[in-house]
Each structure stands twice: as C-alpha cells, then as structure tokens.
Design a protein around this ligand. Structure first.
Ligand code: UDP
Length: 255
C-alpha cells in the first residue's frame, strides 16, 4: 500500500487487477485472530487482531457501582470505555478521551445491552474497558465484537454473542469490511452489529451516499460477513473450554 501522508488519499481505491489496495476481493474480510483470557487481572478478557487493528477488552462485574449515584435500584448497568492509545493512529491522538471516544463508547453499550440480563443484577455494574492499540478502520465494529467475547469469557450470562462489521461503498462498488483508507476516502460507511439470539441489528450507522437497493444489498452481504465472524468468536470460546477440559483430564490421569 502506498504511504499515506496526512489527508492525501489515493485517487482510486481499486487496483488495475480489480482488487482493493490491500489485495482483497470486494467481499473478503481482513484476516481475523481472536483470543480469550489474555489478561490476568480482569474477570474476563479478549484480544482481537482484525487486519491492522489490535484491540484488548477487559471485563469486570457484576460489582458495586462507582460513583454510587449511577446505580439503578431495579437493574444492573453496563458501562463501556472505548479508548484509542496515543500511538494507535498515524497522527498522535490526544490522550484525553474526546467526543468520538465518548460516542463510540455509547454506541458499543447500546450494541451489547440487548444480550445481557441486566434486570437480574440490581444495583451493580458490568464494566468493559476497551483499548485500541493499533487502529485501521472499523474499530467500533471490532471493539463490539471483542467486547462481546470478553463478556462471555468473564462468564457473564448472555442471550447470545454480538458481532459487528463495517460495510461500505468505494469507487461505486459495495464492499465488505472497510479498512482505514477505504473509510476515509470511500463514498459510504455502514457499520452494523447483530445480536444472534434474535438475529436483529443492534447497530446501524450510516455515513455517505448510496441508493436503497445498494443499502439493502449491503445488509444481505453484511449478514454473510457477520456469520463468518461469529463462527470465529464461537471457535475461540470453544478452544478455551477444550483446553480447560484437557487440563482437567491430565490432572485426573496424574492422580
Ligand atoms: N482515526 C484516526 N485518528 C483519530 C480517529 C480515527 O486516524 O483520531 C482513524 C482510525 O484508523 C479509525 C478510522 O480513522 O479506525 C475511522 O474512524 P471512525 O471514526 O470512522 O471509526 P471506526 O471506523 O474506527 O469505527
């Protein structure tokens, strides 16, 4: 990929051979790698590499709410803290959380809340701390995906996992899983998230221009991409439990 300096974007987002600048086909996902139980001091945690995005999520709870005035007597609350490291983007990011981080924290909270049984935990909170160490487009989707995994790793009862992906349009073509440069220089960006217990969208944002037919096609293609990512989430969780099972078997054999 050519070196991008500040706001200089390439004129074309497809190469001569019809591939995207990073070599992908139109509806190919970036490589995705997930792991759970990566942080010793959290109740649950997960790590995600999604293309050039590198993200950690740590979960605590249910626990006492601080500050106390935020507690709800009839239900628990979910608090999400999305942060980008100063070194995570080309231009140094200011360390203090800005408006964008607050918005994305709120968006991720809304994505995750429908799968939790918050009514069973009055007066308590679940807290999800998400740190983006390297950012390259679609971080709100990647963070939603890794946060759901960390909640599951913490043993928090959930109706299902939540999975997110950004669909979009570049140079007149619909594409799946926008990279940073495609997000900035493309025509449209459509992040969406799905809660699997009811197969409903818990996030649908839209920035740019496309007609209704394209919008509808994006949702169909989005579901295909979400299904593949959901399978990786499930495999990651299963892998952890298979490892625990094997450790237990090993212990029994030693006795
Ligand atoms: N970005 C950046 N500097 C910032 C914020 C974002 O370079 O201060 C980049 C980063 O790669 C991010 C991309 O712009 O992933 C798109 O950001 P957006 O706000 O659209 O959210 P995202 O696509 O990450 O959910």
């Amino acid at each position: 990929m050519p070196l991008i300096i500040k706001d200089e974007y390439p004129e074309k987002l497809f190469r001569e051979d019809g591939k995207r600048l990073d070599g992908r086909d139109k509806h190919e996902l970036r490589p995705i790698k997930m792991e759970v139980g990566v942080l010793e001091n959290a109740d649950g945690s997960a790590y995600l590499e999604w293309g050039n995005n590198k993200i950690y999520a740590a979960v605590y709870g249910p626990r006492e709410v601080h500050p106390h005035h935020l507690a709800k007597p009839d239900r628990g609350i979910l608090r999400v803290f999305y942060r980008m490291a100063t070194f995570s983007v080309f231009d140094r990011k200011r360390p203090a959380p800005g408006r964008r981080e607050k918005e994305i924290s709120m968006v991720i909270t809304d994505c995750l809340e429908p799968v939790l049984f918050l009514e069973l935990y009055p007066g308590t909170s679940f807290e999800v701390f998400i740190n983006v160490m390297d950012a390259d487009g679609g971080t709100r989707c990647a963070c939603t995906t890794v946060a759901a995994l960390a909640l599951a790793d913490a043993g928090v009862p959930m109706k299902s996992l939540v999975t997110a992906v950004a669909m979009g349009k570049i140079d007149g073509e619909l594409i799946t899983d926008l990279s940073g440069i495609e997000d900035k220089a493309g025509e449209a960006d459509l992040p969406c998230a799905m809660t699997w217990f009811n197969e409903e969208l818990s996030l649908l944002q839209f920035d740019g221009k496309m007609d209704l037919e394209e919008f509808s096609k994006c949702l169909t293609l989005g579901k295909e991409a979400l299904t593949k990512i959901h399978e990786i989430q499930l495999d990651t969780l299963k892998k952890k439990y298979i490892e625990i099972q094997e450790e237990l078997k090993g212990g029994e054999n030693e006795q």
